[in-house]
Ligand binder design. Sequence first.
Ligand code: HEM
Length: 396
Amino acid sequence: MPVTTAPDLLDEAFYADLDGMHETFAYLRATDPVYRDPVSGFVGVTRHADVIDVERRASVFVSSRGYRAVWSPAEDNMIAQDDPGHAEQRALVARRLTPRGVARDEARLRALIDELLDAVAGAGRMEVVDALAAQLPSRLTAELLGFPEDRWRDIKSWSERLMRLDSIPRDPSGRVMQGVISAIGEFQAYLDEAVPRFREAPDDSFISVWANAQVKGCPMSDHTIMNETGLFISGGAETTRTAIARGLRAFCDHPDQWERMAEDPATVPGAVEEVLRWVSPLNQMFRTAVTDDVIGGTPVQAGDRIALLYPSANRDEAVFDDPFRFDITRHPNHHVAFGFGPHVCVGQALARLELRLLFTEMSRRFTNLRVLSEPVIERNIFAGAVERFELGFDLR
Ligand code: HEM
């Protein structure tokens, strides 16, 4: 795709061509870093410092008027609100998701990773998404939320449908909208049965926490429980899936770095950060300006919708030395793959743990990773997810 000064931020094809996207972002960072998309009118923020500036100033650039390209005004989960409502709902689950809180998941995760790797080891090849990248986080998300683990394929499918929300304005067939509605209907059917059950017999799953929670002095409504559940289905599953699948693709090009992890597992945490920077699973979050203001020297107006372009910020030459080099020893590595500020990813410790345990165990057991067929990138505005990816490997 040729470099253009003004990519259409609702064009699925723009994000699916990863090289073209990065080429365009590099050009924008140098020439027009806070640019106006002429098709949608969105303001695209491409530089690392400006993304952080917008995220920090959360009372000027709010989330409550749309944190994604498409604004659903009735959405009332934590990410769709500003403080104090946001902070109150985040606090209900935040402690369980701290590094200390997720340490209790480690034994379970190790067992799950073993099971998934055992299942493919003999074949010397796998379709990464189904065998590993989608399955691991979907099963974990099911457990965390309070769904039976064997519903992981539903979690995967709901997550895929919810993540396409931003394509609704460009889909005259209505199929994307239908997908979102049917996903919500399907997990709502489970909530209808599970919420009363968790009120009778609470446990520590998130649906149970919400079923028994007070917000703004009242019991959390069924509507809010549905919205929080939807946020965690998409937030927990599709993102980590993208980091695993595209991270493994990067290691196919860098066998020396894969071997380095195997020889010295102490390098794995740094490798996880580099995979997150390199892949940047989410393409953007949105904010809305509530007053006229300035971002990186460029005026914006009250009502402007602001796109925080994470993949661009994570290749910003002003922050990262040689940003197009994949380097697991990169230090420092202040990427914004998890965002920044009050809405910074609440699940980041769990995502890091999943990736760390997976890369440690997989590099210990498998070598000579090779691409049997290139990853197919989903046509998706929000996430750079992979649909299919055939990977070959040898056992050590
Ligand atoms: C590699 C994996 C992941 C990536 C790249 C990722 C990325 C992000 C980003 C960019 C944000 C928005 C931050 C902002 O606006 O500044 C976010 C928020 C969020 N993420 Fe994640 N995420 C990942 C994994 C997870 C997991 C595993 C969970 C659930 C266990 C999760 C749950 C959430 C939630 C609930 C929010 C909203 C937080 C708030 O509004 O306060 N994410 N994530």
